[in-house]
Design a protein around this ligand. Structure first.
Ligand code: URA
Length: 441
């Protein structure tokens, strides 16, 4: 078999066999197939697409390119969750403890921030002392004892995806359903949970900008998971505006703790309750309504917050900052951004808000950048809110005052105003399972 012939076959719109796909993935992972040939192959897939069989086969080949985690040493049903990435998306910190406090094990590997989007591992590391890399035995022991552990992805989980993603990032081949679906699901299959809930973000701050595109991606990922014996559901959730009000690592942990303490912003709380209910449903804890009531009770009783603290404590984190979030280290400087005019907030370019937060130091601009955990922003006005000229739209936080000028400019360019009232966006737009698609608009 020659890589040249397989590139040409895909370029001309033909489907590849299982053996051909295995050849491409194994050859690229081992280094026998060079980046320039793989780049051409990825572009051919981007332009020509893949059949469901090809996507499923490529996902399996990518999952098996490294360790397949065996979670059988952990008792009971294990449930995982994946978000396709957003701004202010701190749901894992809320829903994983809710689900674990309802008796369903969460043995989860999460990612770091990518581009303008944040990552759970970075947020967790903003809690002083918290370790996000644990030896496997300790990870298993913690999940059996506390019911939950969230750690960073191990180096050898789906290495084919790691190499492919790095190439896609620089060859304009990220936004393609078979490539995104195989990238995400290869890691989820390798991570070993029985059930997987997918939070597919849609809108201007997400990888998938349209609802139809997000549903297509959710269907592809659900089919791959179910085909491989996992129970899978996907919620399509809004990313036309950040979730909650806080963007930035310790700021987001504080907001998540507010929700676990029964307070917090309504939009964040509602999305978390729906995601948690669906995770409990996948773990066969009841029908969706019963599962939602369980999730609400886990917050009301304080059980979910207790489990969250136990998880951080087990991973070495200082839980006093979770009890009293004012104890988090604070940024040296803050600056308010004021509305330039009266009106209703018509839209916010969520990607620009994410970039503003990265410019303040909350994310990485190069892969070696060190994150400033206290940096970020708190929104005061979101889509649908009325604002008067000169009222604050947000407060920015940074360790270094010189960061404000560029971040403020980027932030202000994200806002559009209207003279007439604007509806708040819907939070959950659709649910996708193997039974089909329910649209909620
Ligand atoms: N997240 C991933 O892990 N892979 C993609 O391709 C896109 C988002």
């Amino acid at each position: 078999m020659r890589m040249y012939d397989l590139i040409a076959k895909k370029r001309d719109g033909y489907s590849l066999t299982k053996e051909e796909i295995n050849f491409v993935i194994a050859g690229f992972t081992s280094g026998e197939i060079p980046d320039y040939q793989m780049s051409a192959f990825l572009m051919a897939v981007y332009l020509r697409g893949m059949t469901d069989e090809e996507t499923a086969q490529m996902t399996l080949a990518m999952a098996h390119s490294g360790d397949m985690v065996d979670l059988s040493g952990i008792d009971g049903i294990k449930v995982d969750k994946h978000s396709t990435g957003g701004v202010g998306d701190k749901t894992t910190l809320v829903i994983a403890p809710i689900v674990a406090s309802c008796g369903v094990k969460v043995a989860k590997m999460s990612g770091r921030g990518l581009g303008h989007t944040g990552g759970t591992v970075d947020k967790m590391e903003s809690v002083p002392g918290c370790r996000t890399s644990l030896p496997r035995e300790e990870f298993f022991e913690q999940v059996n004892r506390v019911g939950i552990s969230v750690i960073g992805q191990s180096g050898n989980l789906a290495p084919a995806d790691k190499k492919m993603y790095a190439l896609r990032d620089v060859t304009a081949t990220v936004g393609c359903v078979p490539l995104i679906a195989s990238s995400i699901m290869s890691k989820k299959l390798a991570a070993g949970s029985d059930c997987i809930l997918l939070d597919v973000k849609t809108g201007n701050g997400a990888f998938m900008k349209t609802l139809d595109g997000s549903i297509e991606l959710a269907k592809a990922m659900t089919a791959i998971g179910e085909h491989n014996g996992r129970r899978v559901a996907a919620l399509i959730t809004d990313m036309d505006t950040p979730l909650g009000y806080a963007v930035g690592n310790s700021l987001e942990v504080s907001e998540s703790m507010e929700v676990l303490k029964g307070r917090g912003p309504e939009d964040l709380k509602e999305v978390c309750l729906q995601l948690a209910a669906n995770m409990l449903y996948l773990a066969q804890k009841g029908d969706l309504q019963q599962c939602r009531s369980m999730a609400e009770e886990a917050i009301r009783s304080g059980k979910a917050f207790e489990v969250c603290k136990q998880m951080f404590a087990a991973q070495g984190g200082d839980t006093s900052v979770l009890d009293d979030c004012s104890k988090f280290h604070k940024a040296a400087y803050s600056k308010q951004v004021f509305a330039p005019q009266d009106g209703y907030v018509l839209s916010t370019d969520t990607e620009k808000i994410g970039i503003a937060s990265v410019l303040l130091g909350a994310g990485r601009q190069t892969k070696d950048d060190i994150i400033d955990f206290a940096a970020g922003l708190i929104l005061h006005k979101k889509v649908g809110d009325h604002v008067k000229a000169g009222e604050p739209l947000a407060t920015l936080y940074a360790e270094d005052e010189t960061r404000f000028a560029q971040a403020e400019k980027m932030f202000l360019s994200a806002y559009c105003f209207s003279d007439v009232p604007v509806n708040k966006p819907a939070l959950v737009l659709a649910r996708v399972t193997k039974e089909g698609v329910e649209r909620f608009e």
